[in-house]
Design a protein around this ligand. Structure first.
Ligand SMILES: [Zn+2]
Length: 118
């Protein structure tokens, strides 16, 4: 489904335009640039999520994304039935480097590493 477009990025699926490999989560994370049209048939929750679009410098080897990539997990509902999210991974991708923030739940929190080959 996804296709390699550089040593560091793959093309995404219907929701994400591009994917990179996160060495903290040992999983792919996706992003959408502002120019990419919203996919059809998304749930209300997904549309809310995908309204977050990033500015991407277009560089497929050393991408810079603004704002941060914030990966959350739904951990339950509050008393008003609103979803409660917990941060899993939070980073800035700048010039091919991932700057992990201190609220990450993995071992690379607070560290800066090169985007790995993917
Ligand atoms: Zn991650």
């Amino acid at each position: 489904m996804s296709e390699k477009i550089s040593s560091r990025l793959q093309s995404g699926n219907s929701s994400f335009e591009r994917l990179f490999f996160c060495p903290g989560c040992k999983n792919a994370h996706g992003f959408r640039s502002k120019e990419w049209p919203m996919p059809k048939g998304l749930s209300k929750e997904a549309i809310k999520l995908f309204q977050n679009k990033w500015s991407w410098n277009g560089d497929i080897e050393k991408p810079t994304l603004t704002p941060s990539i914030h990966i959350v997990k739904k951990i339950g509902l509050d008393k008003n039935n609103n979803p409660i999210y917990q941060t899993i991974c939070h980073s800035f991708v700048r010039q091919g480097m991932i700057h992990f923030l201190n609220d990450c739940k993995h071992d690379l929190k607070g560290k800066t590493v090169e985007l790995p080959n993917f």
